[in-house]
Design a protein around this ligand. Structure first.
Ligand code: SF4
Length: 698
């Protein structure tokens, strides 16, 4: 029978960074449907995840009571705990007992081994307020800056290059600006899968006459809409991008006035790219010189050109260099600071932008105020009433290494699943198992929670109110539609209860009080009031004064660097840390698939999505599959120097020859058992997009 909702609640999508606004339809404290509404990023559109990925919130495996590890049950790094068997490892506890145990364990470690023996991973799935309180707890309760989150695994290199080059890590223009662009470059991104509603705007722009240049080794769905598809060889981004710069510089296509008035360091770039002619780079990147010249000319001379990129750019040991080249393209041609131009690193998680803004990173306080800056520290010491460490903390992979080395002994992990998402997860799981004290706050007994000492049942997205900042820098209000099940509590309540047990005198009674504290310490959102968000639902920052309209397009007159100018930083070709060889001859590319989100903890528990994609698959070119002697649907095993996984082979002509693609959402075939933890030296982002594997049938 047709279900009629008791109520509807306006909120935002919990999945990707596009930040589609939606409406929850609720009956008897259960979501029965989701519909799109007229938000600035989606105008009523939703993808399959936003529309059907909601019933995970009432999945029978939801955590509904605090859990404590049973005495004497060891932590095994190879634990693959079936959530239905949780009683074998954990026992139920009261909230008071669980919170007391959690805090006492951290205090014991802090007293014996010092503040830097503790670390916290917050979540890009939580609200801005949760991210802010989480990092505040780590900095003032643990008293170190060992706080990070999944931004380290996604756009850390883009952030490093953008801060260095133009003084701000956020996007310059919203996705919707593709509708005003004459030419759009999409590089290292597969928006049809990862940012599906954004992809629809790109396709709409193409229909209106925008020329799309897709730079991607994969022949992804967007290639059908592209004016030119540059299917360059994996790992040759800098060769291709420097060749484009070479064309623009040597053919006199630069914007001399923009370079003179708004940039610095151009002469070094001009000199540097001389050696990167398209003819020299063509054999390396696999793109004909003539095509490179054609695209370079078109990008430079169009009325408005825009660049969007994803993890294919950032997740390399040369991720920062890749982004430096993209920034140089925009600066050399003046294709930034106007509608339809600019640089847009597509954010993955729904709140990875906001969590980073709120300070969930080890080297920056909220609003990217450096922990090494005495003035910034003094400001937050006054606000928080606690002295702050003057040394930056460790990043995600560094924390794992330190845990395995016995230097990090206790952790707090909220809403992240490093046992699935870190590179070389066998290593990550050993590190988590080696901790003296691990507290995990989540909605399911994830692979990470299975290694915890204390598990705290948290709230799902539709069970809380808070702000979320999408890839466009738009702060949006998510509203509570449901009550959490059983004894599960709201994350803000849990963080505060833990902070109080660490001796912090926190007394927040409402989420709006946390937001108020944030905006008074974060100039970029100072003008956004809670009342305005309730009224308008969305405001783009920077918004420094109350009543100011917000700024979808930035850098119109100057860059927020000390000199006000953008800076060119030349980049050399650096090969991947692990190239294919005779022993491991295939390239492994990891990523996501349309129906499943990240480590799969939500979407694999959403009935419709799981029904569409129920099994782990490896995508491989049909000719490669034939050469292996395998048929589609057969099991193949991928092995790297770090581990192996077995999954079903799926023939896919979009995959370049010699490569295999695996999404990292399948716990039974975790792609990150294979990936390489080698880091970009600047941003410390691991090379999740490229490593060497061997493939066998069976
Ligand atoms: Fe949600 Fe992203 Fe899909 Fe929009 S495009 S509905 S934000 S997953």
């Amino acid at each position: 029978a047709l279900q009629v909702p008791d109520k509807t609640v306006d909120s935002v999508c919990p999945y990707c960074g596009v930040g589609c606004q939606l409406t929850y339809h609720v009956k008897d404290n259960t979501l029965i449907a989701v519909s799109g509404r007229d938000g600035p990023a989606n105008h009523g559109r939703l993808c399959v995840k936003g529309r059907y990925g909601f019933d995970y919130v009432r999945h029978p495996q939801r955590l509904t009571v605090p859990l404590v590890r049973r005495e004497g049950v060891p932590k095994r790094a190879d634990e693959t705990l079936d959530p239905a068997r949780w009683q074998e490892v954990f026992r139920e506890a009261t909230w008071d007992e669980a919170l007391d145990l959690a805090a006492a364990g951290w205090l014991r470690i802090r007293d014996r081994h010092g503040p830097r023996a503790l670390a916290g991973f917050g979540s890009a799935k939580g609200s801005n307020e949760e991210a802010y309180l989480f990092q505040k707890l780590v900095r003032t309760g643990f008293r170190s800056h060992n706080v990070d989150h999944c931004t380290r695994l996604c756009h850390a290199s883009s952030v490093a290059a953008l801060l260095e080059g133009i003084g701000s890590a956020a996007v310059s223009n919203p996705v919707m600006d593709v509708m005003q662009a004459e030419l759009v470059i999409v590089i290292g991104a597969n928006p049809s899968v990862n940012h599906p509603v954004a992809a629809t705007w790109i396709k709409n722009a193409v229909r209106e006459g925008t020329r799309l240049v897709l730079c991607d080794p994969r022949h992804s769905e967007l290639a059908r809409h592209a004016w030119r598809h540059l299917a360059f060889k994996p790992d040759t981004d800098v060769a291709l991008l420097n060749a484009l710069l070479h064309v623009i510089v040597t053919e006199g296509l630069v914007d001399e006035a923009f370079i003179a008035g708004r940039t610095e360091g151009f002469e070094a770039l001009r000199e540097h790219v001389q050696g990167y002619s398209p003819e020299a780079m063509a054999p390396l990147c696999g793109i004909e010189a003539g095509v490179i010249r054609e695209v370079g000319r078109a990008y430079a001379t169009s009325r408005a050109s825009m660049i969007l990129w994803g993890m294919g750019v950032s997740q390399h040991v040369h991720g920062t260099d890749n982004a430096r080249c993209l920034i140089a393209l925009a600066l050399a041609t003046g294709q930034i600071g106007r509608p339809g131009t600019g640089l847009h690193p597509l954010r993955g998680q729904n709140n990875v932008q906001g969590a980073s803004d709120a300070g969930l990173i080890p080297m920056m306080l909220p609003d990217y105020q450096r922990v090494t800056d005495p003035g910034a520290r003094a400001k937050f010491e006054r606000l928080w009433g606690v002295p702050l460490d003057d040394r930056p903390g460790l990043t995600v992979v560094e924390v794992m290494n330190a845990a395995l080395a016995g230097e990090i002994r206790g952790m707090y992990i909220m809403g992240e699943n490093p046992a699935m998402s870190d590179p070389d997860v066998n290593h990550a799981r050993q590190a988590l198992a080696a901790l003296d004290h691990l507290v995990v706050q989540d909605i399911f007994l994830t692979e990470t929670a299975a290694l915890a000492d204390v598990v705290l049942p948290a709230s799902a997205f539709p069970e809380k109110t808070g702000t979320f900042t999408n890839t466009d820098r738009t702060v949006q209000l998510g509203r509570q539609a449901l009550e959490p099940p059983g004894q599960a509590r709201q994350d803000l309540w849990i963080i505060q209860a833990l902070a109080q047990r660490l001796g912090l005198p926190w007394r927040y009674t409402d989420v709006s009080e946390v937001f108020d504290e944030m905006r008074h310490s974060m100039p970029s959102i100072a003008g956004i009031t809670w009342e305005r968000l309730q009224r308008e639902h969305a405001v783009a920052y920077p918004c420094t004064q109350e009543g100011a309209p917000g700024q979808p397009v930035v850098f119109t007159e100057r860059f927020p660097t000390p000199s006000g100018r953008g800076r060119f930083v030349p980049a050399d070709i650096v090969p991947a840390a692990e190239r294919p060889d005779a022993d491991y001859p295939w390239v492994l590319i990891t990523g996501r698939q349309l129906e499943h989100w990240h480590t799969g903890s939500m979407t694999r528990r959403s009935r419709v999505l799981d029904a569409i994609e129920p099994d782990p698959v490896a995508l491989i070119h049909p000719l490669d599959l034939e050469a292996l002697g395998a048929r589609p649907g057969e099991v193949i095993t991928l092995q790297s120097r770090r581990g192996e996984v077995s999954l079903y082979a799926r023939a896919d002509e979009s995959i370049p020859r010699g490569a295999v693609f695996v999404a990292f959402c399948y716990y039974e075939a975790a792609a990150n058992r294979l990936t390489n933890p080698a880091l970009d030296p600047v941003a410390k982002i691991p090379e999740l997009k490229y490593c060497a594997v061997r493939v066998r049938v069976g």
